[in-house]
Design a protein around this ligand. Structure first.
Ligand code: ZN
Length: 895
């Protein structure tokens, strides 16, 4: 671990940031940890940056100077820092404050994302101050310093500036050692229009007018932190605040949006003391803001800048005219995630991007835990299983990667923000918490926070802390699941009942769609099972593990669904499970259903095994389980495109959930259970998708009323009802929606309307939406999601369009998401004919080591092309053999 020695007094330490770092020892000279990867020469270590920036919002550029106090650790004549899109006007270095400086020559290399400063003589090891004067660019996507344009409440044009630096975009704002283990303190000064509010990680310490319409705002000194957590924003903002656990929590929004910030503010105030207690280390900064950005990104929705979280408006503002219950839950979940990062990531940071999952897996897991704690009726325990399924969707292809992976390039770091890092990370942590027990796990986390505060860690540091807290054997399980790719497959042998106990043999293999043969990996899998009595747990050892479970009821493997593996039962066992399905809890129903569906789709068992379980979900089941069953049918409906009879049979099965919609009603009721409020729009959307006559008629009626009165549809159902109309849009309804999109001032609602315009089944309208996306009308950040929305129903059309309009489309996609954007348009298309062009695009655009998303998409397309026929024919046959009678349908009964 690197120990940081602050050798030069930092400028402007006007605000006391509580216990910023362990006591500094001036005699302690920095040693560079050569075991860590780096893209910069290990010749110098920065300790403190004093940065002064003057943005020119109207011409999308900025001027800046930075003074960096650093330690040179090896004799050198050059210093290499990260920098992109910058022009340097001066570079000097002085050994210590107040000494005559040497002038250097700064040469930028944009391709390498560096600037090399060469001095007239060799600099010997010791303390220096490096000063650079430069100008840079303000971007229009969320990379570096960027602008978001919006309509003010009064309808005028507004422009605010924000920063987004993770993974490696601080180098677009400040020449820096832009790697996570180069932690330093920061002092930021900004010259902004007098009427604006500037925000950064820590509070303002002074503000003075400069006499030219600008003011100079100085912020306090941050604690020691990596460059990617620095934050700056300026705009016509208002800030709502509250005190919580002795800290000021705030939400910063465009002026006029204050009332929409109260939900997020209350969430923030509620979560902070809970985290202080959970982590055992109180939140160390004087304030915690969450800053709303009027725009969006395909790549992320929020960023955990220390003390100044950034969140796009649609995940932060609660607008009664538009926000759905699911959105409101997402506001809480996003805030809980970003706040967890204030400890996991900000206070303790991964040493290198290889261990990004320490940040993201943990914050995702913590957000779910926090939601379960404060909102036990939101169904978050079922979402946990959803996260597992999301991860396995990627992890079941040979192109997957281990949770801990080797990252070499910036592009690879960007690509690391995926379902494996987030969702598999979250799932594995849930499994390990189950293994350790929640109390031991928490004690381990607290020790880890205390031990590594303000420093950097690797995954091994976390396992060591939890083992020391009492989780003996955890490292073995944890290492298997974080350093190996893929999913264990537990094949269950025939169950035998002896003296009231069930005995089975578990055989371990690997679950994969496309890596069926070949050397199988092996894991120590904690398997929990029940058979009517108390649940039992074993850890698999090698290929075959015997297990005995209390009771002789239907055998349920992965009881509680915290295990990260798939379970393949014998046909007799899965039939016994189906017959007892209504007695299982929602989490197990959900998990067993999704397990079965994945195994059937991959060909490990016939489709009938899964279809029978989906069919066993009663309309009265838990809302999240019903939602999943309906979405499963809806997915199969798309798979069976062109097979009218089977699609009608599936529509009838989705139609059987009408009774649930009737029971909960078409309009929100005061005080209704949150699960009803969540399920209602899902049923409306999915019934509408398969053309349910009653739902379509109601959607048309509401749409007509809405054209006269924008309040005719309840705000929380607006997206759902309009989605039914938009999908089936005619030129007339499409134009009406377009007019609404054009004139709506609320940014989140506006972007939702543009996305709806892109969901039309009609080809001509889909083409019109693509043209609209590059017309400039929607604004800079909505277009990418419009094109993605068109690709859902028309993948080839969207793909062709993007390839022929690359020059117009590229600036509309943020840099960090570009390698995934084009691949994402067609990865679920199953169209093999597109592969050569996709590969050619990848070859022309990315270096071989950065082409992973393209390879992934190609693999997925090939797999789908090879397997869809089997899935279709087996599903069609099952549907034929299991018709839904109209009487059953009306009563909502299942066979
Ligand atoms: Zn995160």
């Amino acid at each position: 671990m690197k120990s940081v020695a602050l050798l030069l007094a930092s400028a402007g330490m006007l605000i006391a940031v509580p216990s910023a770092a362990p006591a500094q020892n001036a005699a302690q000279v920095d040693t560079v940890d050569t075991s860590l990867p780096t893209q910069l020469p290990r010749t110098a270590v920065p300790h403190h940056y004093a940065l002064t920036v003057t943005p020119h919002a109207e011409r999308l550029s900025f001027d800046a100077t930075v003074a960096i106090d650093l330690e040179i650790v090896k004799p050198t004549q050059t210093l290499v820092l990260n920098a992109v899109d910058m022009t340097f006007s001066s570079a000097t270095i002085a050994p210590g404050a107040g000494t005559a400086p040497l002038t250097g020559q700064a040469v930028a290399n944009n391709a390498a994302e560096t600037v090399t400063v060469t001095f007239p003589r060799t600099l010997t090891p010791g303390a220096y101050r490096l000063e650079l004067t430069y100008s840079g660019r303000i971007n229009t996507q969320a990379n570096g310093l960027f602008a978001l344009d919006y309509k003010t409440k009064e309808g005028a044009d507004g422009r605010s500036l924000f920063t987004q630096f993770e993974a490696a975009d601080a180098r677009r704002f400040v020449p820096s050692w832009d790697e996570p283990d180069y932690k330093a303190k920061w002092d930021l000064t900004a010259r902004v229009p007098e009427s604006e509010m500037a925000v950064s990680n820590v509070p303002t310490v002074s503000s003075r007018p400069l006499g030219n319409g600008l003011k100079e705002v100085r912020f306090g000194t941050t604690p020691t932190m990596p460059s990617y957590l620095l934050f700056f924003a300026t705009g016509d903002f208002e800030r709502v605040t509250k005190m919580s656990a002795g800290r000021e929590v705030g939400i910063v929004v465009s002026r006029g949006n204050g009332p929409k910030a109260m939900t997020a503010l209350n969430d923030e105030a509620q979560i902070l003391p809970y985290y202080n207690e959970y982590f055992g280390t109180p939140y160390p900064l004087p304030k915690l803001d969450n800053v709303a950005g009027p725009g969006q990104s395909l790549f992320f929705s929020a960023m955990e800048n220390w003390g100044a979280i950034f969140t796009f408006e649609r995940r932060l503002l609660d607008d009664p005219a538009f926000t759905s219950t699911a959105d409101r839950h997402a506001i809480f979940g996003t805030e809980a995630h970003e706040m967890a990062h204030q400890w996991f990531g900000d206070l303790v940071t991964m040493a290198w991007w290889d261990d990004l999952w320490l940040n993201e897996g943990f914050a995702s897991w913590m957000a779910n835990k926090t939601t379960q704690h404060f909102h036990p009726d939101w169904g978050a325990e079922v979402d946990h299983v959803g996260a597992r399924e999301n991860a396995m969707g990627l992890d079941s292809f040979a192109t997957t990667h281990p949770i801990v992976q080797h990252i070499r390039t910036v592009e690879q770091a960007n690509q690391a923000f995926d379902s494996i890092t987030y969702r598999k990370g979250e799932s594995v942590i849930a499994m390990l918490e189950g293994f350790a027990g929640p109390d031991v796990w928490q004690r381990g986390i607290q020790a880890y926070m205390r031990r590594h505060a303000y420093q950097n860690t690797t995954t091994a540091d976390l396992w060591a802390a939890v083992e020391e807290a009492g989780a003996t054997g955890l490292t073995k399980v944890a290492t298997d699941f974080t350093t190996q790719p893929g999913i264990p497959l537990i094949t269950v042998g025939p169950a035998r009942c002896v003296d009231g106990r069930t005995s089975v043999t578990l055989t371990q293999g690997e679950f994969s769609n496309d890596r069926r043969s070949g050397a199988s990996l092996s894991w120590h899998v904690p398997v929990r099972a029940s058979a009517g009595g108390a649940a039992t747990q074993v850890i698999t050892q090698g290929r075959s593990t015997p297990m005995t479970v209390e009771g002789c009821g239907p055998l349920l493997i992965n009881a509680g669904q915290t295990g990260y593996y798939r379970t393949l039962y014998t046909p007799a066992e899965i039939e016994a499970l189906r017959l007892a399905f209504s007695t299982l809890g929602p989490v197990d129903q959900y998990g067993a259903m999704q397990d079965a569906l994945a195994l059937s789709r991959s060909g490990h068992q016939p489709m009938s095994s899964a279809l029978a379980l989906i069919d066993a979900i009663a309309p009265t089941a838990n809302g999240k389980v019903v939602e999943r069953a309906v979405l499963n049918w809806s997915g199969l409906y798309s798979d069976l495109n062109g097979d009218k009879a089977s699609q009608a049979a599936i529509a009838a099965r989705i139609g059987a959930y009408d009774v649930r919609l009737q029971a909960i009603g078409l309009t929100p009721r005061d005080g209704e259970p949150p699960m009803d409020a969540l399920l209602r729009p899902v049923l409306i959307t999915e019934l509408g998708k398969v053309g349910d006559p009653a739902v379509v008629a109601e959607a048309n009626r509401l749409f007509a009323a809405w054209t006269q009165d924008r309040n005719a549809i309840p705000g929380s159902l607006k997206s759902a009802w309009l989605s039914v109309v938009a999908r089936n849009a005619t030129p007339v309804t499409w134009n009406t929606l377009h007019e609404a999109a054009r004139t709506t001032r609320t940014q989140a609602e506006r972007s939702s309307l543009y996305e709806l315009l892109s969901s039309a089944k009609d080809e001509a309208l889909a083409r019109q939406a693509l043209q609209l996306a590059i017309s400039g009308e929607p604004g800079k950040t909505i277009s990418a999601s419009m094109i993605t929305a068109v690709a859902e129903a028309h993948p080839q059309m969207a793909f062709d369009f993007v390839l022929t309009h690359l020059t117009e489309v590229s600036p509309l996609v943020d840099l960090s998401g570009r390698s995934r954007f084009v691949a994402g348009l067609v990865s679920n298309s199953g169209m093999e004919a597109l592969i050569p062009r996709l590969e050619a695009y990848g070859k022309a655009t990315f270096t071989p080591e950065n082409r992973k998303p393209i390879q992934s998409a190609v693999t997925r397309i090939r797999w789908q092309a090879a397997n869809l026929g089997r899935i279709r024919s087996q599903t069609a046959a099952w549907l034929k053999a299991h018709p839904v009678t109209s009487a059953r349908r009306q009563r909502g009964e299942r066979g």
